[in-house]
Structure formats: C-alpha cells, structure tokens
Design a protein around this ligand. Structure first.
Ligand code: URA
Length: 212
C-alpha cells in the first residue's frame, strides 16, 4: 500500500482552520471542498489517459484525454458526500457510486447499509472518499468490496489519517489483489479511546452538516 501525505503550505493552512473548533459549518464545508480538490490533484497523478490528435489554431498536435473506462468516484456516506463536489470538479466525467457505511460507536466495527455502484468494475480506477481514516475498518471493507468487483486500483482520499488506521489497512490489504494508495493531508498522532483522531477535527460528518 502506498501512502502519500500532501505536504504543501496551502493545504496545511486550510487544514488548520478546518481543525479549529471555532470554525463554523459553512466555512468547514467550503474548506473541506477546497482541500479535496487539492488532494484530488495528487490522487489522480496516475489516472489513465490515452493519446488524442487535435488541431490548435496554429498546428496539429497530440495531447491526451482521460482513457476509458471512466474512473469511478465512491463517496462513503455520510461524511464522504461532503468531498464529492471537490473531487468531481477535477474529474467531471467520472462516474459516481455510493457506499453507505456506519460504524458502531461501541465496537468501532463498520457495517454496510447501502451499495450503489456497477457490479463489474473490471479495469476501473476507483477513488474512495472518506474524510477520516481512523481505525481503518470502513476503508478496508470498501477496498475489499471494490476489489471483489474487479477494480483495477483503489485510491482513498482522506483529509486526516491515524497511524493505527494506516497500520490496520497495511495489515489487512497487504496481500490485496489490487494496488491501494491513500492520499491524505496529514497523519495525526493517534486515536483516542472513542476512536477519534487526535488532535483531529472532531466528527467530520457533524461538522460538515452542522449537527451539534
Ligand atoms: N470519524 C470522525 O468523524 N472523526 C474522527 O476523529 C474519527 C472518525
């Protein structure tokens, strides 16, 4: 598994405001959206393209266009939905699938309550959106599902990651049939006893959607 921490002063600046408990929900949403677009730029570094001939006003030339089949973007509901606009801004022709997963706050185990995506993902590059890589349970389940449907590779885009979640993913997906990459704005210190990332930013879904 590859981990890419997007090390950039603008990302660090926006992330700091996102973390701040004083930041209100509209600002949080806007910053999350901007951060995702910056992370998407890094995450799509290996998106497949194919050559295309075009003619500029001056001369014919060869360029590239995104190759078929289209990439699939999969936000994990609920909080991943707040990352969708920022992602499709860079990949407007991507197809979007949905994965509804919730974690039991006692056991921290995820369960899937909704799946809307093509059955056959052969040859598809998949981009999973989940703001917080905490225990890793949700992303491990998501990657396994995409791999079982034939995804070619999976890139998870997370605003923040915990070392425990990265270790869990490495352990569970080390032998995965698909290459997995995690792109994140930062790797934080640890998880607390409630499974929250420390220092983190709190509950990403609650902060995105204004739930107290
Ligand atoms: N989910 C969140 O929203 N925040 C955390 O810190 C961990 C999981």
């Amino acid at each position: 598994m590859r981990i890419h921490v997007a090390d950039h002063p603008l990302i660090a600046h926006k992330l700091t405001t996102l973390r701040d408990q004083q930041t209100d929900s509209p600002t949080f949403r806007r910053l999350a959206d901007e951060l995702v677009t910056l992370l998407a730029y890094e995450a799509t570094r290996d998106v497949r393209v194919s050559p295309v001939e075009i003619v500029t006003p001056v001369a014919p030339t060869t360029g590239v266009r995104l190759a078929a089949p289209k990439p699939l973007v999969v936000p994990i509901l609920r909080a991943g939905l707040g990352m969708l606009d920022g992602m499709v801004r860079l990949l407007p022709t991507a197809e979007v699938g949905f994965l509804g997963m919730v974690r039991d706050e006692g056991t921290l185990t995820p369960s899937t309550y909704a799946t809307r995506m093509p059955d056959d993902l052969s040859g598809r590059q998949c981009y999973v959106l989940d703001p917080m890589l905490a225990t890793g349970g949700t992303l491990i389940a998501a990657v396994n599902l995409l791999a079982s449907r034939g995804a070619e590779d999976v890139t998870a885009i997370c605003l923040l990651a915990a070392p425990e979640g990265i270790a869990a993913m490495e352990k569970a997906l080390g032998d995965s049939s698909v290459p997995v990459t995690v792109v994140t704005a930062a790797i934080d210190e640890r998880l607390n006893e409630h499974g929250y990332i420390v220092p983190g930013l709190g509950d990403a879904g609650d902060r995105l959607y204004g739930v107290a």
